[in-house]
Design a protein around this ligand. Structure first.
Ligand SMILES: [Zn+2]
Length: 511
C-alpha cells in the first residue's frame, strides 16, 4: 500500500494524494461520529472556570491521558498551584519541520441560571427549530446532523480544537497515515485569566518549545462560516485621564464663564486626540505604521464582504474611514473612547460646574508601534496642547500653577504581531488549507482584537498564526456557548491535513 502510494505520488499531481487522504479521513469519521462526539462531551463535562483550580487540574490530567492514549509523550508543565500547561510531543521520523499547536482548556466564568437548561457543564446536543434550540439525544449509531450544536462552557472556546487535534491523530492512525511534521502540543489553563504565568513558563522552557512556528488554535472562523487563517493581532493598551476643575462644585450661574469647566476641557482634550473619522491627530502617531503590502490588500479584498449587513444590523448611517472596508480599517491603529464621565445628567443633573472629568481610552496598535513610544507621543501631545501632565494626584501647588492639569494613568500594553503572507509558515499553512478546501482559504492579515501572541514572538522568536475552527456564532464568553458539529468535522480534516501535508507546502530555503 505504502509503496503504491509513493509511486502514485510521483506520477500524479500532488493534489490527488491530498484528496484521497482527505477522503479516507472523512470516511473514517463518518463511521464513528457518535463516539467522537461522546468523547468531546465527556471532556466538556469537566468544569473549567478559573476559580475552580481542582477541576482545572482534572482537565489537565485528563488531556495528558487522552494524549498518551494516542502515543503522544505528554506531561504537565507547572511550578506550583496554578493551572498547569499540558505539553506533549510527537516526533515524525525524518521530519525537518516542527510546529506547536496551541489551545486552552480553561473557560470564562459561568452563571448557570442564565443558561438554557441551567447546567453549563452538562453538555447538551440541540437542533434548531425555528428560532429555538431543542434538546436531542446523543446518538449512539449513525451520522449526526452537521447543523446540530453541542452546548457547554468551553465547547467553542477552546476545547474544540483540542478534540479536533486528538481525533485527527486517531483518524491518521486508523487510515495508515502518519504525521510528516514534528508536533508539539501546548494546551494552556489560564488563558481566560490573563495568562499571568505564561511568559515565565515560556522563558524557562524555551528549549523544549523550540519550533518553526506556532499555530494559535483559538477564536472563531469567518462570519461567512468559511475557514480562515489570521496572520496577526493588534496590540492594545489602556489609558485613564483625569482633568481637574475647581476643588468643589460651583454654581454655574454665579461662576460660569469664569471657573474653568472640566467637561469642556475633557471634550477638547479627546477631540484633539482623534477626529470623528477615526484619524488619530497625535503628532508622529503614524510614523511607525507600515502600510499594507499588496498581498495583504489583495487578501482583504478577497474576503466575503459583510460590511453592509453589519451596518444594517447596527443601524449605522455611515462608517468611519470614508467607505473603506472593515478588514482594511482594522489594519490601522485605533483610539477608542471607552467612557467619559463628568457631573450628572437627567434627574440628577445640577446647574453646577463639576470638580473633575474623566476619560477612559484604549489604543489598538499595529506592528512596529510600541507601548513605550505611544506613551511618549501622547504625553508630548498633551504638553504641546498646554496640559500639565502628572502621573499622581495633582498637588495644590500644581493646580494653582497651571491652567490645565491632567492626571495620566497608563494601563498595561501588548504589542501587535503580524506574519507576512510570504513567510514560509504562512505559505505552508495556507497552501495546505487551499488544497484541503479546493479553493483559497480566507487570509486575514490581522484580527482587530488582541491576543498575547507577541509574548510568544518576543520570548521564543517564532512566528505565530491564528488558526480558528469554532463557529462565529458560538456565544464564546457568554451563556449558551456552543459548537456547531460541522465545525468539529472541518477541524478534524484541517488538523489531519496540517499534520500530513504542511511540510510538502513549506518552501525550502535555497542556500
Ligand atoms: Zn479562547
Amino acid at each position: 500500500m505504502r509503496a503504491r502510494a509513493a509511486v502514485f505520488g510521483l506520477l500524479l499531481p500532488v493534489v490527488i494524494t491530498g484528496q484521497s487522504a482527505r477522503d479516507q479521513i472523512r470516511q473514517w469519521r463518518e463511521a464513528r461520529e457518535p463516539q467522537i462526539v461522546q468523547e468531546f462531551a465527556d471532556f466538556l463535562k469537566i468544569p473549567n472556570v478559573a476559580a475552580d483550580t481542582q477541576n482545572l487540574r482534572r482537565n489537565a490530567t485528563e488531556i495528558v491521558a487522552m494524549l498518551a492514549r494516542r502515543g503522544v509523550d505528554a506531561r504537565l508543565l507547572t511550578n506550583g498551584a496554578w493551572p498547569p500547561v499540558v505539553y506533549g510531543e510527537l516526533k515524525a521520523p525524518g521530519a525537518t519541520r516542527t510546529i506547536v499547536l496551541y489551545a486552552h482548556y480553561d473557560g470564562q466564568p459561568v452563571d448557570a441560571k442564565e443558561w438554557k437548561g441551567g447546567a453549563p457543564f452538562t453538555p447538551t446536543l440541540r437542533d434548531q427549530r425555528g428560532s429555538d434550540w431543542v434538546d436531542i439525544p446523543f446518538p449512539t449509531t449513525g451520522r449526526l446532523n452537521p447543523e446540530s450544536r453541542i452546548f457547554a462552557r468551553g465547547a467553542g472556546d477552546d476545547k474544540a480544537p483540542i478534540t479536533a487535534i486528538l481525533t485527527a491523530l486517531d483518524a491518521l492512525k486508523a487510515t495508515g497515515q502518519r504525521p510528516t511534521i514534528n508536533l508539539k502540543f501546548f494546551f494552556e489553563g489560564e488563558e481566560e485569566s490573563n495568562s499571568a504565568h505564561l511568559e515565565g513558563l515560556l522563558q524557562r522552557n524555551a528549549n523544549l518549545l523550540r519550533a518553526d512556528a506556532w499555530l494559535f488554535c483559538d477564536s472563531p472562523v469567518h462570519s461567512s462560516r468559511q475557514m480562515q487563517v489570521v496572520y496577526g493581532v493588534r496590540g492594545a493598551m489602556g489609558l485613564e485621564l483625569t482633568v481637574y476643575g475647581p476643588t468643589r462644585a460651583m454654581h454655574s450661574g454665579h461662576y460660569g464663564n469664569w471657573v474653568p469647566n472640566p467637561g469642556i476641557l475633557v471634550a477638547e482634550l479627546v477631540t484633539s486626540l482623534r477626529n470623528a473619522d477615526g484619524r488619530i491627530l497625535i503628532k508622529d502617531f503614524y510614523d511607525d505604521v507600515v502600510p499594507p503590502t499588496p498581498a495583504e490588500l489583495k487578501a482583504v479584498r478577497a474576503l466575503p464582504n459583510t460590511d453592509a449587513a453589519i451596518r444594517q444590523d447596527l443601524l449605522i448611517g455611515a462608517t468611519e474611514g470614508n467607505g473603506a472596508l472593515l478588514a482594511e480599517r482594522i489594519m490601522l491603529p485605533g483610539l477608542n473612547i471607552r467612557g467619559l464621565k463628568v457631573g450628572q445628567v437627567e434627574g440628577l443633573a445640577a446647574n453646577a460646574i463639576a470638580t473633575e472629568a474623566k476619560a477612559s481610552i484604549d489604543f489598538r496598535l499595529v506592528p512596529k508601534q510600541t507601548p513605550e513610544r505611544i506613551r511618549a507621543l501622547v504625553e508630548a501631545h498633551l504638553n504641546a496642547t498646554g496640559w500639565f501632565v502628572t502621573h499622581a494626584a495633582a498637588t495644590d501647588a500644581e493646580r494653582l500653577a497651571h491652567p490645565k492639569v491632567v492626571r495620566v494613568t497608563w494601563g498595561g500594553g501588548d504589542e501587535a504581531s503580524r506574519v507576512q503572507q510570504d513567510e514560509p509558515v504562512a505559505v505552508a499553512l495556507a497552501g495546505t488549507l487551499d488544497e484541503l478546501l479546493g479553493k483559497p482559504v480566507l487570509r486575514l492579515p490581522t484580527m482587530g482584537g488582541s491576543l498575547p501572541t507577541h509574548l510568544f514572538e518576543r520570548t521564543l522568536h517564532v512566528p505565530l498564526i491564528v488558526f480558528p475552527i469554532a463557529n462565529h456564532d458560538d456565544n464564546q464568553h457568554a451563556k449558551d456557548e456552543n459548537l456547531r458539529i460541522q465545525n468539529l468535522w472541518d477541524g478534524i480534516d484541517a488538523f489531519a491535513a496540517i499534520m500530513t501535508r504542511m511540510d510538502t507546502k513549506w518552501p525550502r530555503v535555497v542556500p
